[in-house]
Ligand binder design. Structure first.
Ligand code: ADP
Ligand code: MG
Ligand code: MG
Length: 208
């Protein structure tokens, strides 16, 4: 995968966030403050503009710019968390011009580690980690099993979606939803739902 694939990934995320903005906001209205759709729309619109102005020439530089822009432009918790994920993933890619599925798996592991470090959430805390962690695991497993790139990214996207759905019965342990205690049960976590969009967008970008 070259820089163009990563640029397509970001474009696909921005489009998916725009299309699903109201659903993300509805999910956040149930257990948060009803701004997750707007936060991500603002963030990824700013990212698309930053990439148009700057056109970074490696996947690592591109993801670094994405991360820095999200951190700067999104007020909510999700901005620094997603921003750190993209920035750490970019750092892990270094200045390589093309990225294998194995490289990407390692980079996304670094991104996940960044989210965990910053937010302190473990799996089961009903956050974006509950979608990202199984997706990253599925990707690494597919690489180990010798799956092709498309199949590996498809497995990651399916795992993210299943992980997001699995947050419904969870009680939130981190973030705004944790203030609700047991009343957070029975709702899908908005950040886990958006993380599933991020992995679906990666599949779409690779297949395009
Ligand atoms: P805010 O909660 O500040 O309004 P958003 O609504 O944009 O920010 O994002 C909320 C999402 O951020 C949650 O659904 C959850 O997935 C994620 N989140 C919040 N706190 C944490 C944390 N400590 N670790 C991981 N993810 C978190
Ligand atoms: Mg919110
Ligand atoms: Mg908020």
């Amino acid at each position: 995968m070259d820089t163009a694939v990563f640029a397509r990934w970001i474009g696909e995320i921005a489009a998916a966030v725009r299309a699903d903005k109201d659903r993300l906001t509805r999910l956040d209205a149930a257990i948060g403050d009803a701004d997750h759709g707007a936060n991500l729309e603002r963030g990824f619109d700013a990212v698309v503009r930053a990439l148009a102005d700057d056109s970074p020439d490696t996947p690592g530089a591109l993801l670094g710019l994405v991360g820095n822009t999200l951190i700067r432009r999104v007020g909510g918790a999700s901005g620094p968390l997603y921003g750190t994920a993209f920035r750490e993933a970019g750092k892990a890619l270094g200045d390589a011009r093309t990225v294998s599925t194995a490289d990407l798996a390692r980079a996304l592991e670094a991104g996940l580690a960044g989210v965990r470090r910053l937010g302190g959430a473990a799996e089961g805390d009903k956050t974006m980690v509950d979608a990202i962690a199984p997706a990253v695991r599925a990707l690494a497993e597919a690489v180990r099993d010798g799956s092709g790139q498309r199949e590996a990214l498809g497995a990651a996207a399916s795992a993210a979606l299943a992980g997001a759905e699995a947050t419904i019965p969870m009680r939130a342990g981190k973030g705004r939803a944790s203030y609700l205690g047991p009343r957070s049960v029975g709702h899908e976590d908005p950040g886990a739902a958006s993380a599933a969009l991020v992995f679906a967008a990666l599949c779409a970008a690779e297949a395009a």
